[in-house]
Structure formats: structure tokens, C-alpha cells
Design a protein around this ligand. Structure first.
Ligand SMILES: *Cc1c(COP(=O)(O)O)cnc(C)c1O
Length: 462
């Protein structure tokens, strides 16, 4: 028997390794551990045959490698990260973080039976979104409302229920694509509507809409252009003129505002059409927006508007296909409940808390974090930075913010990679060859972990 054959015969079998304490007591799922053991052994076999190694490690060593592989693979999916990008509603990082109350409500609904469609007072079948509709009426004064899975679904349902088979008039300047492949012309076509383009890319007047309305027109739609802005020589029709035109010609005006909050953000220097009540007051018939943008709730699409249109949408078969689950409903109820007191909302809803932090507060937080890192022997500097709302909300708005930047002598790319590979990854952004971790989007309760990690990577690079 040659040497390689002899080595191959020394390879332990899978069952033996699976029974070893290292794996049996690890808490890793058996099938995941078994897959990893098989892969580690397969790899070893290949290396022995190729002559890349001349040694069969002990059982303990093989079991430990397999365990490490299994644990590493188990981390593949969605996991917690720390957001140092300064983008509050980061689409790649899960947009809005829920308030503690909303997360607790979702958890409770998930773990137990709940009164989802059960009216406890009447002891009979109830309506799953009656409570949410009550809150939305209280906050915005809307006639009626409904909830679906996301804002894309809200627009899809509104157009399909109200305008299918007819023409829909949109400004050419609003035929945009929004992140994740939401393309206005494609959505309109998908709803079985024919797109009629009003005006030009930069200028659309009320007369441009008026001219296109005929017997086949079923809706006017206005789309918030989100992260796309036309500047300079521009003109758009005022919302209230558009609503008046629709009313005169008997055609509903739909507005997709994308992101909305009941809180007036102007005191934080944040301007823009973010308040639904402005749209309703202007006479818009159907307003749609996301639950997980500025509202700071779970992912869902919220539709507000006139009773007859909402009723038509609720009756449409698509509504059943687009309805939200119990966890979303529970989390949205808990989010909306807080808005009855805007000061509480600003404290408890993370999106609002992040938006409303003052420059002074941010500097104090950055200095504290910086101090913690230096105390642990790390090198770090405080750098001015800019945060944005993200998620297409309040485009063009930048908020002055504060970041910490590792300064131990390695490149920004090296720091970026080291922090991204941590057990709880810290995601920063690189500006002018420095890695910045913006304190606006990082939670206070993570500061110890951040300090420890940044100290670690900057210390070892000295
Ligand atoms: C974000 C956005 C959408 C898509 O909303 P989702 O909740 O992601 O489906 C649609 N329209 C506008 C104007 C948006 O800003």
C-alpha cells in the first residue's frame, strides 16, 4: 500500500466525528454539522490525493474545523449589523428600525394566538385592520384607509382598482424608476392602464393634464420622484390645482408620496412634502406611502383617501393577495399609537430620534465614543460628516453630523473590511480616503462594542 492510500485510510468517518463532544455539545444543528464534517473530510481527501498535505489531523482538530465552518455558514442570512453610514433609511440595511414597543408587539403576535380577526367585545369575528384605520383617521383626518405589504403594492392596488382598462395621466417629469425596480411606466402597464404623458421632462402645467383628459381617462397620478431631482428651468402643477382639475372632470387624483410622517419636521430644518395631511387638504383622493420610511414602522404600504375609492380597493381580489400579516399589523398599531403625542414619538421612534438629534448632541456622543476608544488604547479622530434620510425620502437634504474615523495607520479599505467581518458587522462609509462611522445612525447601546472593536483594529495596526 502506498503512502497516500495509507493516509486516506486514516481519515475518520463522519459518524465518529459527529459523536465527538466538540460537535455533539456544540448546539449547532446536526444536519448543518454533518454537512460541514463531510465537506471538511472531502477537502482533506482531495489535498491528500493532490499531495498538498502529508498529514491527517487528529479527530479533535477536524471536528473543530468542521464546527467553525458550520457556524460560519449559519451566519449567512439576515443578521444584525451596526449602521455607521449615516443613512437613516438605508435600503440595503433594512430601512426603518422599529420602536421597542412596536418590536415587542410584533414578537407577542408572533409567539402567541392573537385577536387578529376577533372582536373581543362582541365575541365575534372582527376586522383585522380596524384599529389601524382608527389611528390613521385620528392622526390624518382621512375618510378611509387600508394597509398592504408595501408602497409598491399600494400603488398597484390603487391603479388596478380605480383605473384598470382606462388611461392614466402622469407628468413626463415623474416617469421615474425608484430603488428596487419600481418603474412608474411598468407599474401603470401592469395595472392594465394606458399611460398618457403630460408636459415635458422639466415643465408640466395644469393645462398639459387638462388637454389629455378624455372619456377613457380613469385617474391622474402624481408620483414623488424620490431620489431623483430636476433642477433649474422647471415647473410642476400645484397639487391643489391638479385635485381641482380632477374634481371638475370627475377623475380621481392619486398621489404616491413614498414617505410620510405625521410630525412636522421643519423645526429640525427638514422641509419637503412629508405630511400626508397636506395632500389630503389639497384635495388628493388617494394617497399612498411606505410604513417603513419616515413613519418609522414595519414594512407596509398605507393608503388613505376617499371612502368610495378605498372601498373599491378593499373589494378588489388583489387586496386579499397583498394583505399584511399579524406581526406587521401589531407593529404598525404600536407605531401609530405613539403618534398621538409627537414628543413621545420623537423619543421612541428610532427614525425620528435619529433625524431630530442636534449637531451639539451628535458631537457630545462622538466625543464620548472617541474617549472610550482611546481609553482602550485605540486611535480615532472625530470628523464632520453628512447624514441623509435615505430610502428616497426628502431628496437633496443633508444633515450636518459627526463621525468617528479609525486613524491607526491602515487604509480606509482595510478598516472597512475589518469592521465588516466582525461577529456583529459595523458598516461605515468611505469619504476622502477615510472610513467614517456616523454617530447619528448608531445606537447608544452598541457604543461599548463599537469602542472595543475600533480599539482592537487600530491598536493592532501600530
Ligand atoms: C419608496 C417608494 C416606493 C416604493 O415603496 P416600497 O414600500 O419600497 O414598496 C414607491 N414610490 C415612491 C415615491 C417611493 O418613495
Amino acid at each position: 500500500m502506498d503512502r497516500t492510500e495509507e493516509l486516506l485510510r486514516q481519515i475518520p468517518n463522519v459518524d465518529k466525528l459527529m459523536k465527538s463532544e466538540i460537535i455533539a455539545d456544540s448546539g449547532v444543528y446536526r444536519h448543518e454539522a454533518a454537512d460541514a464534517v463531510r465537506d471538511v473530510l472531502g477537502d482533506l481527501r482531495k489535498k491528500l490525493i493532490a499531495g498538498e498535505t502529508g498529514r491527517v489531523p487528529g479527530d479533535g482538530e477536524i471536528a473543530r474545523s468542521a464546527l467553525e465552518l458550520a457556524r460560519c455558514r449559519a451566519q449567512k442570512g439576515v443578521r444584525r449589523i451596526i449602521n455607521g453610514t449615516g443613512v437613516i433609511l438605508h435600503s440595503n440595511l433594512g430601512r426603518a428600525c422599529l420602536s421597542i414597543a412596536a418590536a415587542a408587539a410584533a414578537k407577542e403576535a408572533a409567539l402567541s394566538y392573537c385577536s387578529l380577526e376577533y372582536d373581543l367585545e362582541a365575541g365575534a369575528r372582527g376586522d383585522r385592520t380596524a384599529c389601524i384605520e382608527g389611528y390613521l383617521h385620528g392622526i390624518t383626518g382621512c375618510e378611509a384607509s387600508l394597509i398592504v405589504n408595501n408602497n409598491a403594492a399600494a400603488v398597484l392596488l390603487a391603479l388596478t382598482a380605480v383605473a384598470q382598462g382606462g388611461n392614466v395621466v402622469v407628468s413626463r417629469g415623474e416617469l421615474v424608476e425608484i430603488g428596487g425596480g419600481f418603474r412608474v411606466p411598468d407599474i401603470i402597464a401592469q395595472c392594465g392602464c394606458t399611460l398618457r404623458e403630460a408636459g415635458t421632462t422639466n415643465k408640466t402645467r395644469i393645462s398639459d393634464y387638462d388637454r389629455l383628459i378624455d372619456d377613457d381617462t380613469r385617474a391622474l397620478i402624481k408620483i414623488h420622484t424620490s431620489n431623483f431631482k430636476i433642477i433649474g428651468f422647471t415647473e410642476t402643477a400645484a397639487l391643489k390645482d391638479l385635485a381641482a382639475l380632477g374634481a371638475k372632470r370627475g377623475i380621481p387624483l392619486i398621489e404616491d408620496i413614498g414617505s410620510a410622517t405625521p410630525v412636522n419636521m421643519e423645526k429640525y430644518g427638514i422641509y419637503g412634502e412629508t405630511q400626508v395631511s397636506q395632500s389630503l387638504n389639497a384635495g388628493v383622493d388617494i394617497v399612498t406611502f411606505s410604513g417603513d420610511k419616515l413613519l418609522g414602522g414595519p414594512q407596509c404600504g398605507i393608503v388613505l383617501g376617499r371612502e368610495k375609492y378605498i372601498a373599491a380597493m378593499k373589494k378588489h381580489p388583489l387586496y386579499r393577495a397583498l394583505r399584511t400579516d399579524k406581526m406587521v399589523i401589531a407593529a404598525l398599531e404600536a407605531t401609530l399609537r405613539v403618534y398621538s403625542d409627537p414628543r413621545v414619538a420623537e423619543r421612541e421612534i428610532p427614525v425620528l430620534a435619529m433625524l431630530s438629534q442636534s449637531g451639539g448632541d451628535l458631537r457630545v456622543r462622538a466625543e464620548r465614543l472617541c474617549g472610550e476608544i482611546r481609553l482602550r488604547g485605540g486611535s480615532v479622530e472625530i470628523v464632520d460628516s453628512k447624514s441623509v434620510a435615505g430610502g428616497g425620502a426628502i431628496p437633496g437634504m443633508e444633515l450636518d453630523s459627526c463621525a468617528i474615523s479609525p486613524s491607526g495607520g491602515k487604509s480606509a479599505d482595510e478598516y472597512e473590511c475589518a469592521l465588516r467581518m466582525l461577529p456583529v458587522p459595523i458598516i461605515g462609509h468611505i469619504v476622502d480616503d477615510r472610513l467614517l462611522l456616523d454617530v447619528r445612525t448608531m445606537f447608544e447601546q452598541d457604543f461599548d462594542y463599537i469602542a472595543e472593536s475600533v480599539a482592537d483594529i487600530t491598536r493592532s495596526s501600530r
